[in-house]
Design a protein around this ligand. Structure first.
Ligand code: ZN
Length: 131
């Protein structure tokens, strides 16, 4: 497994992107809008992983709701796995609460699934199948 990316919920990309550009000494990639998840994403490459800053596109988007409950901060951790369907079956058997019981196609075209934070110490886990 590898850490594919960390998702950070932010109130404003306009305010936060410059902070991370200074911190990381690099420019963010182009901002992408993922309509399905009601989010705008700015990402930075850090070694073999990425940091993604996530801004909700509406008041009732998942990211905006996360911020109103818990404030800005780490929203999810994404790990790569070799065989996602197999990993989901194993986790379910082990008693993990899954948001997605089967892989679905993510914004980047990868097969992804989410594990409920209630099962993982309050951390939303995204699993991504290695291409
Ligand atoms: Zn993600």
């Amino acid at each position: 497994m590898k850490v594919h990316h960390l998702g950070v919920a932010v109130e404003s990309l306009a305010h936060t992107v410059p902070v991370f550009e200074t911190l990381l000494g690099q420019k963010a990639g182009p901002v992408e809008t993922v309509a399905e998840q009601q989010v705008r994403v700015a990402s930075f490459r850090v070694g073999e992983s990425r940091l993604e800053l996530l801004e909700g596109t509406s008041e009732d988007s998942p990211v905006a709701r996360f911020i109103s409950k818990r404030g800005q901060g780490i929203h999810h951790v994404a790990l790569t796995v070799p065989d996602l369907a197999d990993t989901l079956r194993t986790l379910e058997r082990q008693g993990f609460r899954l948001i997605d019981r089967a892989p679905r196609v993510g914004a980047g075209g990868e097969r992804i699934a989410f594990v409920h934070p209630a099962s993982v110490a309050g951390v939303l886990m995204e699993l991504i199948e290695e291409p």
